[in-house]
Write a protein of this length. Structure first.
Lengths: 276, 285, 285, 276
C-alpha cells in the first residue's frame, strides 16, 4: 500500500486507503461455506483477509492445484511454496481444471483483470487488435473457464475509464456478453459476474439487462467520482447503499498480512495485479 | 533405458532446431538450467510450449530461439509483463513470434490427451471467449448422447519434454512432489524426454505409494543439476527467489540490459558436468 | 457440511429405492459394511454401478436389491464366478437383472467424465469388440482435427456414491492411500456421498502433499466403521481375507446356503452405532 | 498344481507338469525391456516367474494401478495388498487406463481367457447368445483395450476343443478378427496377438492369413494331441520347433513361488484363471 495516499478517514475509525477499503469490502462478500477459486494479486489479498477475519472455514483454491490452502503470507505467484505447504491437498493441474473447476465444485471465482466492460466481460489478452496489439497482456490463464464453471464470479479492480470500458477490446472471459439472457443462450448454467468490487464502490448486474450498475458507494466517494472513473455512462441502482467502512480489526489483520508478506518476499507489496 | 549424460550432451542429443519443446513446471520446479543450456547451444526455430511461459521462456524468446509459442498465460507472476515476450509480439524483436493461445483448462487437457494417446481433448470451455475464432485449434463437437456442444483442442505431443524434479534413483526413476502441475503429462506426451533433478539417490523413498514417480523407461536422460530450477523452487530443497522475479522486470525491460545479463549469467556459464558423459538412446515415437 | 451420523441413519438418509448407487473400491477398501446396511434396510430397484461387482454386489443382487447392474468385470477375483450374479442373469433369480456392460477403460473414463462435469468420455477403445452394438451407451465420434473415430460413453453420475477409506478428521476430510481405484472420481461424480472410515482422527497427517484427500465439502456423511471393508482390505489396517473370498464360492453356489449365510451374518447383525446420530444434510446436485 | 498328474519328464531333468511347462515357456517369452500389463492367474504366474529368473528388470503393471510391482507371492486378485506394497508407484485406475495403457507405454499385454478362436479373438463375456447366455462369464475387464493398446499380446490358456474354437461366441477382445489385414482396416496400429502359449505348444498367427498356427511343440506332446485339443483343423508351420523343457532352476523358483503363495493365501494354488 506504500505510495498510496490515505484519502479517506471513516467516522471514528482508523485512517485507511481506497485499496484497503476495496480489499476489506471484497473480503466481506465471502462466506464460510464458499469454495473459492482465487486469482493472484488483489483477489488473493481479499480472500485471505476474509479467511483471517470473519470466515475462517472458507476453502481457498489456487489453480496451481492447492486445495484448502491457508498461507501465512500472500503468495507472489499462483504456485508459491507457501500455498502447497499449507494446503489440505495438492493435485495436478489437469485434475484441478477437470475435476474441481469444470466439475462444478467451486462456488465463487475471484478474478482481477485489465479491462472489464458494461456487461462484465473481462479482457486479459490484448489492448488493440489481436494480431497487432498495442499492448500484449498475459492472456487467459484459468479465467475463461473460471468465468463459466464457478457458481458465481466476483471481480476486484480499481475503477478508471481505461479499465472500465463500454466494450472490451477482446473478451477473454465471458461475463454477460451483450447482456440480458446472453449467458443462457450460450448454454451457461452458472450466474457469471454478480459483483464487482472497486476502490469506489460496488457494481452488480441489473437483474434484467445485466448492465453493471452501482449498488453501493464507499464512504467519502461521490457519484460524480464514479461517473468520471467509468468509461460508459454508468447507472446507479434505485437503492444505493453506503458501504460500511473497514473496522480497525480488519485493517490490523490486513496490514499485518501485507507486512509479513513484504518481509517474506523482500518487496513492498504483494497485492498488485498478477495472474488469474 | 535412461541415460545419465552431462546436461550439455543431453540437450545436444535430445533438442534439435525446429523441434517443439515443452519445458513444464507450474511455478514450481521450472527447468531453468536445461533452458539455459538450450540457449547456450543456440537452438533455433523452436516451437516453445508451456502453460505459463515465465522467465525462462522470456529468455529463450529474447535470445532468438523461438519461432512460435503455445501458451495460456504469459506474465511475470505477481510482477507484471514478460518484456521479451511482449517485444517479440509487439515489435518482432529479435524475431517475429507466432502465438497459439489457450486457456489453462484447455492446455492442461491437451497435455492430458497427449499423455493418454488421444488425438484431442474435450472440455466445457471457451464459451463466449474471443479466443475462439482466433485459432484453428479450438473447435467444437457434439456430445453423442446429450447433443451438448463441447470445445475440442488437439492433443499436445511435443517433440521434447523437459522437466526438473526433486530426485532420481540410479535406475533413472524420478520422484516429483508438491505442486506437480502438468509434469507427468508432459513426460508421457513427449517423444523425447529430459529430466534434471536436484540429486540422484540410492533409494527414492517415496513418502506414499501414491507419490508421483515416473518410471525410468519414460525418460531418455536424467541429469543431476542441483539448484537447476532456480529462480523457481524445488520443494524440500530451496524456496522461490521472489526477489529475482521482481528484479527481472528491470533487467528484461531494455534489450541491451537483457543481452548483457544473458551474456554474463547464461552464455558465459557452462553446464555443470555433474555426471560423466553417457550415450543417450532416443526412444521411438 | 459433512455429518457424522450412525451408519443406519446415513444409509436411510442417502440411499433411496430406485437410486443409482456406486460402491467403489478396486479390490482395496470395498465398502462392505455400508453395502450390508443397504441390504438390511431392504432397498429395492437399485441400479448398482461398480467396475468389479465383487462379493458385496453378489450379496446385494442375491438379496433382491438390484434391478440393473452397470459393470465391467463381474467375477470373484482369482476364484471364479459370482454365483448370485450369474443366477440373476441366467435364471432371473431372485429377480431379472438388466446389464449395462463396459470395459474397465470405458468405465473408468466414464467416472472421470462424471467427476469432470462432462456429459461423455472419449477413448480409443472397444475397437472390434462385440460389446459395441449390444448397448446404446457405446457410440462413436470423429476427432475434429484428425478425423479418427473414437469411442464415446456417457458420463457416470450416480445418485449415490459410497466408498470406504482409511481415516477422516473431525472436519470430515477423508484420506485414501494405496490402491485408490476410482474412489475420488465416484465421490466427485455422485450427487450424494457416504464415506465409511477405519477411524476418525484429530489430524489426518497425510504423508505427502499429494496424498489423496477428499475435502469435507465433497461428502455428505462420514461414519467410522472399523473393519468396514472386510473381507476386502484397508492398507495400513488389515489385509485381504483371501480365504473368505475362496470360501464364498461354496456359500454362494446354492440359493438356500446363501440365504442362510446372509440371515446369520448380515440380517441379524446391526450396524455399529459408533458415532451418535446427527442430521445428514443432502447437498443439491 | 496339486491334483495335476506329472505326465512329462524331460531328458535328464526334474519331472514337471504340463502347466509348469506352459508357465515356464510363457515366462521365457518376456524380455528385460518389456513393460508388461499382467492379467491375474496364469499370466501373473508366468510374468512373476520371468521376473524371478531371467528378466529381473522387467516392468510388471497390474490394472489396479500398481506400476513396476515385485510381489513376493502371487496375488489372488488384481489388487492384493502385496501388489501396492512392492510397486514403484500406484496410480488411480483412470490414470492407469488413460495414461499408461491407452498412452501406449505398454509393450506386452499378457492375457488369459475362456475362449480363443482361430484368429486370436478372445471371449470372456458369454457362452451362448448375449441376451440368454448359457454361461455368463466375468466380462471384459481391461481386456478389450489391452488387446488394442499394447504393442503385442501374449495369451496363455490350456488347450482344449472347448477353449480353442473356430469362432468365439462373443468377441470381447479383438485379435485378428476375420484374419488378414482386419486389424489395419479397423485402424489398429498395434500387433495384436502374436503368441499363444498352451500346455501343448506355441501358436503364432500366420504372417499372411493371421490364422493361429502351431510353431512349437512341448516335449512329449504329439501333433495328434494338439489336433485333438483344437476346435478347428489346426495347421502346423513349415518349421515346427521343439520347445526346450524347463530347467531345474525354473522349476525350483516356480514351485517356491507357488508354495509361498499357497501359504500366504491359505489355498492350494493361486495360478488359476481369474480376472483379466
Amino acid at each position: 500500500m506504500s505510495g498510496e495516499r490515505v484519502v479517506t478517514r471513516g467516522a471514528g475509525t482508523t485512517a485507511y486507503t481506497p485499496t484497503e477499503m476495496m480489499t476489506v469490502t471484497a473480503a466481506r462478500a465471502l462466506t464460510n461455506d464458499d469454495v473459492c477459486f482465487v486469482g493472484i494479486g488483489a483477489p488473493s489479498a481479499a480472500c485471505n483477509l476474509a479467511r483471517l477475519t470473519h470466515v475462517p472455514a472458507i476453502t481457498l483454491i489456487y489453480e496451481s492445484g492447492t486445495i484448502a490452502t491457508k498461507p501465512d503470507v500472500l503468495p507472489l505467484s499462483i504456485g508459491d511454496p507457501e500455498l502447497c505447504a499449507t494446503a489440505l491437498a495438492t493435485v495436478s493441474v489437469p485434475e484441478m481444471f477437470q475435476y474441481w473447476l469444470q466439475g462444478g465444485r467451486v462456488t465463487v471465482g475471484f478474478l482481477g483483470g485489465a479491462q472489464i466492460d458494461r456487461f462484465g466481460n473481462i479482457n486479459s489478452t490484448v489492448i488493440g487488435p489481436y494480431d497487432h496489439p498495442r499492448v500484449r497482456l498475459p492472456g487467459a490463464g484459468g479465467a475463461p473457464e473460471i468465468a463459466s464453471a464457478c457458481g458465481q464470479i466476483y471481480a476486484i479492480m480499481r475503477q478508471s475509464p481505461r479499465a472500465f470500458v463500454p466494450k472490451v477490446d477482446f473478451i477473454t472471459s465471458f461475463g454477460h456478453g451483450d447482456g440480458g439472457d446472453h449467458r443462457r443462450r450460450l448454454g451457461l448454467r452458472t450466474a457469471g459476474i454478480t459483483l464487482v468490487i472497486t476502490d469506489l464502490g460496488l457494481l452488480r448486474p441489473d437483474p434484467e439487462t445485466k448492465e453493471l450498475t452501482v449498488t453501493a458507494i464507499h464512504p467519502g466517494v461521490t457519484r460524480d467520482q464514479i461517473t468520471q472513473a467509468t468509461g460508459w455512462p454508468i447507472r446507479f441502482a434505485t437503492d444505493v447503499s453506503a458501504t460500511p467502512p473497514p473496522d480497525s480489526h480488519d485493517l490490523d489483520v490486513l496490514r499485518d498480512l501485507l507486512a509479513r508478506t513484504a518481509r517474506a518476499h523482500g518487496t513492498t507489496s504483494a497485492a498488485g495485479d498478477g495472474s488469474t | 533405458m535412461t541415460a545419465f549424460p552431462s546436461l550439455a550432451d543431453a540437450v545436444a542429443a535430445l533438442v534439435r532446431d525446429g523441434d517443439s519443446v515443452a519445458m513444464e513446471g507450474f511455478t514450481h520446479l521450472i527447468p531453468f538450467a536445461a533452458g539455459h543450456e538450450v540457449i547456450r547451444q543456440g537452438r533455433r526455430d523452436l516451437t516453445l510450449i508451456r502453460m505459463t511461459p515465465d522467465l525462462i521462456y522470456d529468455q529463450l524468446i529474447g535470445m532468438g530461439c523461438a519461432r512460435k509459442l503455445i501458451f495460456s498465460w504469459g506474465g511475470n507472476p505477481g510482477v507484471g509483463s514478460l518484456h521479451r515476450l511482449r517485444d517479440a509480439v509487439e515489435h518482432a524483436w529479435p524475431a517475429p513470434l507466432e502465438l497459439e493461445e489457450h486457456s489453462h483448462a484447455a492446455m492442461a487437457s491437451a497435455y492430458a490427451a497427449g499423455a493418454s494417446g488421444l488425438p484431442c481433448a474435450l472440455l466445457r470451455g471457451y464459451i463466449g471467449s474471443d479466443l475462439v475464432g482466433q485459432h484453428p485449434h479450438i473447435r467444437f463437437v457434439e456430445c453423442p448422447f446429450t447433443g451438448e456442444r463441447l470445445a475440442a483442442v488437439p492433443a499436445l505431443r511435443p517433440d521434447v519434454g523437459i522437466i526438473h524434479a526433486q530426485r532420481a534413483d540410479r535406475a533413472g526413476n524420478v520422484l516429483i512432489e508438491g505442486i506437480i502441475g502438468v509434469q507427468k503429462e508432459v513426460i508421457l506426451a513427449a517423444r523425447r524426454t529430459l529430466v534434471t533433478v536436484e540429486e540422484i539417490v540410492e533409494d527414492l523413498q517415496p513418502p506414499s505409494p501414491n507419490t508421483v514417480v515416473l518410471p525410468h523407461w519414460t525418460i531418455n536422460a536424467v541429469v543431476a543439476v542441483p539448484h537447476g530450477a532456480h529462480p523457481s523452487y524445488a520443494q524440500g530443497y530451496y524456496g522461490r527467489d521472489n526477489a529475482f522475479y521482481t528484479a527481472w522486470d528491470a533487467i528484461s525491460r531494455d534489450r541491451d540490459t537483457f543481452r548483457a545479463w544473458m551474456r554474463e549469467h547464461v552464455l558465459a556459464a557452462r553446464a555443470d558436468d555433474t555426471v560423466s558423459g553417457a550415450a543417450v538412446e532416443v526412444k521411438q515415437p
